[in-house]
Design a protein around this ligand. Structure first.
Ligand SMILES: [Zn+2]
Length: 398
């Protein structure tokens, strides 16, 4: 029973990653699994004859059911060996996704909607001039159009990309060709670069044509969206999308309400920018609701404050581990013959110390701590070792 629950949780994490999680992360987890059907077979131990989409929906609804059943449970354990299950804290629990539809659409402000499939979420706004769609996760795909049609018959007039990552915008081809596609300049540059080397250009999302370097205000009738670029964080071009009238902020792949971030600080390209984005969110925006792009639950200001506390705690633990572990002590034990073996031992020792400090504090507060803490420790300790700004930040907290 526990084994099956563990498989469900692994499944939802891998689904959340768009099947992009390296299988090594899961230890003895059976590779290679690259499709929802294979996941179904892995979880249920039987062959699945249906299509990719049905298998995916079944998994998502099963996993959210398992999450509900598992909330508040007392089964400690480590996902990496798939022999036990983790406890998912109450804070991580999200609404159930109706399995017959495969998505949940929620009005989160006046004519502003969040749509989720359980692993990814996007947002759209209905205006006098048409619908503004923000992002297009491939896991949602055509279901996104159904969610929009559920609340309005207006056409999609504008498309905004939060950033260039394909797991969030890869399905943008579903939108009308004559819509206005908007993004920060860096996002357009990356998509243009992809287009220039693609042999199948239709697989690349439409390259946006309305670009901005820093800020842009989209005013459509009485609806307003403020788009701001505060510099690199998760990825160059990742923007803050703010609906002032609704007091809603969308910031993708930075804030994960109720959960620790996706692995390696959500693969942040700029760790200092990732850290700084928490303060930018809290200081620059008057919001009650935040859409983070992943999982089911819509966030609040309190979620951002909790994640800021988590990141600051991680900085402290990483700074202390970097300081406490002596490279020469490891060298005395391992020798200098194989420098990569020496560095591997050094990094592992630092990481273990960081993880042992962080896990007891966070495994009961945020979902996924047991699965991804080790990756967060690696990201933060290594960034603190070599990135000038992160190392400078460590000076004031250790
Ligand atoms: Zn991303």
């Amino acid at each position: 029973m526990f084994k099956r629950i563990a498989k469900f949780i692994v499944a939802v994490i891998v689904i959340a990653s768009g099947f992009a999680v390296p299988v090594q992360l899961f230890g003895s987890f059976t590779p290679p699994i690259t499709s929802a059907q294979q996941f179904f077979e892995y979880v249920y131990g039987e062959e699945y004859q249906g299509g990719e989409e049905e298998a995916y929906l079944k998994l998502v609804s099963s996993t959210s059911q398992q999450q509900s059943n598992n909330v508040g449970g007392a089964n400690g354990g480590n996902l990496a060996n798939t022999t036990a299950t983790s406890t998912i804290p109450q804070a991580a629990r999200g609404p159930t996704i109706p399995s017959e539809k495969g998505y949940l659409v929620q009005e989160i402000g006046d004519q502003l909607y969040a749509v989720s499939d359980g692993s990814y979420n996007a947002m759209f706004m209905v205006t006098d001039e048409g619908v503004v769609a923000i992002d297009a996760p491939p896991t949602l795909g055509d279901k996104y159009l159904k969610a929009i049609a559920e609340v309005t018959d207006k056409p999609i007039s504008h498309v905004i990309y939060s950033h260039a990552h394909l797991d969030h915008i890869g399905a943008a081809g579903i939108f009308p060709k004559n819509a206005t596609y908007i993004a920060q300049q860096e996002t357009a540059n990356e998509l243009q670069r992809a287009m220039s080397v693609a042999t199948n250009k239709s697989a690349v999302p439409p390259v946006p044509t309305v670009l901005f370097p820093k800020n842009m205000t989209l005013q459509l009738g009485n609806q307003t969206l403020q788009l701001d670029y505060h510099g690199n964080n998760h990825l160059p071009g990742n923007i803050f999308i703010y609906a002032p009238n609704q007091r809603v902020l969308m910031l993708v792949d930075i804030i994960f309400p109720g959960w620790v971030p996706f692995a390696y600080l959500a693969i942040a390209k700029d760790t200092a920018g990732f850290i700084g984005a928490h303060d930018t969110t809290l200081k620059n925006y008057d919001f009650d609701t935040i859409v983070g792009g992943h999982l089911t639950r819509i966030g609040t200001r309190a979620d951002v404050e909790v994640q800021k506390e988590f990141v600051l705690d991680l900085e402290r633990a990483a700074a202390r581990a970097n300081q406490n572990v002596s490279f020469m002590d490891i060298a005395a034990r391992v020798g200098f013959d194989d420098p990569w073996l020496l560095f591997s031992e050094y990094i592992n020792t630092i990481n273990k110390q960081c993880e042992e400090e962080m896990l007891p504090k966070w495994e009961t507060r945020l979902g996924g701590a047991q699965s991804f803490m080790s990756t967060h420790c690696i990201a933060m300790t290594q960034s603190g070792r070599v990135d000038p700004t992160v190392q400078a930040l460590f000076q004031s907290i250790s």
